[in-house]
Ligand binder design. Structure first.
Ligand SMILES: [Zn+2]
Length: 70
């Protein structure tokens, strides 16, 4: 998907948020990164394959931040 050189980090890399924005819809509150991640204005993230990363809450354990959509 990414045409940049050097290539942007893939969606599963720890630095995945460093990928460039491919499509931006600020009026709808989301952007598509070139590695396939959909980034929402509330800091929510939709990964390719239907995984979501919910916005980080300080008092929530880190394990609860990653869940898989059914
Ligand atoms: Zn890229």
């Amino acid at each position: 998907m990414c045409q940049h050189r050097p290539q942007c980090p893939n969606a599963l890399a720890s630095d995945r948020m460093a990928a460039r924005v491919a499509v931006s819809h600020p009026e709808q509150g989301w952007s598509l990164l070139c590695n396939g991640i959909v980034l929402f204005d509330d800091a929510g993230v939709l990964l390719p394959g239907s995984q979501t990363l919910v916005p980080r809450v300080i008092d929530r354990p880190a394990k609860a931040a990653l869940r898989t959509a059914a």
